[in-house]
Design a protein around this ligand. Structure first.
Ligand SMILES: [Zn+2]
Length: 142
């Protein structure tokens, strides 16, 4: 634990899953309902700093989140990004993308290209309960 570290002090979003190594959180982003992050609890910089079994655990969880997002939100694309540029926590961003989202086809961190339709965003947000349930099912199967 590092007192100054935001992700040691706070979950980083609505926690959907947690085990002894990692957690999955739903990011509170009105533009991107369903945006999830898989966060390694310990301070680890890169995937290659993890032992192979831990790398595998991390990626298996990323795949479970991706599958749950595809099943419930039916996005046009999933974007995966390993970040942790601002904090010392290895974290995968799992982002459901839609052709009419704010940045498509650019990355979500690029300049916005449009204001997404409020109705489309509300429709996506209406699937979040199903997303929570799908991920709960996927993570209880092990
Ligand atoms: Zn930390």
């Amino acid at each position: 634990m590092t007192a100054a570290c935001e992700l040691c002090q706070d979950t980083g979003g609505e926690e959907l899953y947690r085990d002894h190594q990692l957690r999955v959180v739903l990011v509170d982003d009105a533009q991107y309902p369903g945006f999830c992050r898989v966060i390694w609890h310990a301070h680890v910089k890169e995937m290659t700093d993890l032992l192979p079994a831990s790398r595998s655990a991390m990626m298996q969880m990323v795949m479970k989140v991706e599958s749950a997002l595809r099943e419930t939100l039916n996005p046009d694309k999933i974007n995966l990004a390993s970040l942790g540029n601002m904090t010392p926590h290895l974290q995968w961003h799992v982002i459901p993308r839609f052709r009419d989202d704010a940045h498509f086809p650019a990355p979500v961190w690029a300049a916005a290209q449009r204001q997404p339709d409020a109705g489309a965003l509300a429709a996506r947000a209406s699937h979040l309960a199903a997303l929570r349930a799908a991920l709960a099912r996927a993570t209880s199967e092990d």
